[in-house]
Design a protein around this ligand. Structure first.
Ligand SMILES: *[C@@H]1O[C@H](CO)[C@@H](O)[C@H](O)[C@H]1NC(C)=O
Ligand SMILES: *[C@@H]1O[C@H](CO)[C@@H](O)[C@H](O)[C@H]1NC(C)=O
Ligand SMILES: *[C@@H]1O[C@H](CO)[C@@H](O)[C@H](O)[C@H]1NC(C)=O
Length: 415
């Protein structure tokens, strides 16, 4: 998320080598069930990463004992915007707000105290494009969304009329990936809040839950559940198209990815199919220009990031350690696969973020099994190039506890 008007410079008398000026910082969560930490690494003027520091996130990470990676089945467990970072503590059912040092974006200070996420197992955070309000997605036994105002002194303050049940049958911690929630996001016009919910293929398709956002920040009491387009079943990460906030690109490890037309779908009759019995939920089939697209040979395309400079989406597949660049036609909304890039063996790549540094876009992807962040230069349409595999253990400082299988999240701030 872009940081306006501040240029960071690293000044450390103790540094043994001269440090390049910091153009920003990239953050992930250790998600350790002993103590959850935000790990920040410095983004240099060339987009490459260097050692930063770890900050206690105010709670514990996820307690589930699955031996695999992808501990939260989610995208967006922490989010940087302006001079703030927001993080979930999945095992504490809290979220916390931090402010960054004006001279060093890797130095974070908590604002107020961690607050209840108002549900169980918080997994993803969204920020409203104009008000700056925060919403959290809880995916445990008590699964819902809830929103907060980030107050510069008090920290996160709950907003009335925003605690809204989703209604899947789950446990805390959740069992997944099927039948779990994934990401929460505001559309670019700020008029809707959208959460992705995975189905149980083949019988039960997943859906996008869509709430209307009122001017006071409150949410519609019920939501519309848009069934994944045919072929899709496990909607995962979400991005809106830059020129049409009504059209969403969602990854889907059942097939590849899908385009979901909110307006076209929300106009449909209440005759879709989801497993949510609540009368407060309107069920509609994905319609209008919605479509799904199979990515040949995909393992599990789950995470994604959008580059404003190339205009394309970069989809992350931990099954094949591949990045797939796709574009969506701005007139027809037809998706096209452009190119695939190898991120290197054994990374088990997960969350990703694009940052703009000195007029160029860079893609940062967490590769927990190599304790690395892979950095790609997005030089132009179809011309991404891997430029670094940064060993993030250099940024694990103090008493931060690192268990690679639990590591999640990727967000960045830049000047
Ligand atoms: C989609 O619906 C929203 C809310 O009703 C409206 O503000 C917007 O103009 C519509 N967008 C398009 C592209 O039709
Ligand atoms: C749902 O309603 C739409 C019209 O709004 C119709 O085109 C579609 O066939 C219906 N689907 C089912 C499953 O009844
Ligand atoms: C993790 O890396 C090891 C090699 O260090 C490899 O054998 C293993 O298959 C990798 N696991 C995953 C899930 O990618």
């Amino acid at each position: 998320m872009k940081l306006f008007a501040i240029k960071f410079t690293m000044a450390s008398a103790a540094a043994v080598a001269p440090l390049a000026s910091a153009a920003g910082a990239a953050y992930f969560l250790t998600n350790s069930d002993k103590a959850n930490h935000i790990v920040a690494s410095v983004i240099g003027d060339d987009g490459k990463l260097s050692a930063g520091t770890a900050t206690f996130a105010g709670g514990v990470g996820s307690g589930h004992t699955d031996a695999g990676f992808d501990a939260l089945f989610a995208q967006g467990p922490l989010l940087a915007k302006g001079s703030n970072v927001f993080a979930v503590n999945p095992g504490s059912n809290t979220i916390a707000m931090f402010t960054m040092d004006a001279a060093d974006p890797t130095k974070l200070t908590m604002v107020g105290q961690p607050v209840s996420s108002q549900g169980e197992f918080p997994q993803s955070i969204a920020i409203h494009p104009t008000s700056g309000n925060i919403c959290v997605l809880n995916g445990g036994k008590v699964n819902n969304v809830a929103c907060f105002t980030p107050d510069p002194e008090q920290g996160l303050v709950a907003i009335a009329g925003t605690l809204r049940e989703i209604g899947i049958t789950q446990s805390t911690p959740p069992m997944g990936p099927p039948n779990t929630v994934t990401q929460v996001m505001f559309t670019l016009d700020g008029k809707r809040l959208v959460a992705s919910v995975k189905g149980i293929p083949p019988a039960q398709p997943g859906f996008l839950a869509v709430w209307d956002v009122a001017a006071d920040g409150s949410l519609s009491t019920g939501y519309s559940a848009i069934t994944a387009p045919p072929g899709g079943a496990l909607p995962f990460s979400l991005s809106t198209l830059p020129h049409n906030p009504s059209v969403i690109v969602a990854t889907d490890p059942a097939i590849g990815f899908e385009v979901v037309d909110l307006n076209g779908s929300l106009r449909m009759a209440n005759n879709g199919t989801t497993a949510i019995p609540s009368a407060a939920v309107k069920h509609v089939m994905a319609s209008g220009v919605s479509s799904s697209m199979a990515v040949p040979g995909q393992g599990a395309i789950c995470w994604s990031a959008f580059s404003p400079l190339t205009g394309n989406f970069y989809l992350i597949d931990p099954g094949t350690n591949t990045v797939t660049e796709v574009t969506v036609n701005s007139a027809t909304y037809k998706p096209t696969m452009i190119k695939q890039y190898d991120s290197g063996a054994n990374g088990n790549i997960l969350d990703a973020e694009v940052a703009t540094v000195n007029g160029k876009d860079y893609l940062y992807i967490i590769a927990p099994n190599r304790t690395s962040i892979d950095v790609f230069s997005l030089r132009a349409y179809g011309l991404a190039q891997k430029i670094q595999s940064f060993d993030f253990t250099q940024s694990i400082t103090g008493d931060a506890d690192l268990v690679p299988t639990r590591v999640v999240g990727m967000t960045a701030i830049w000047a």
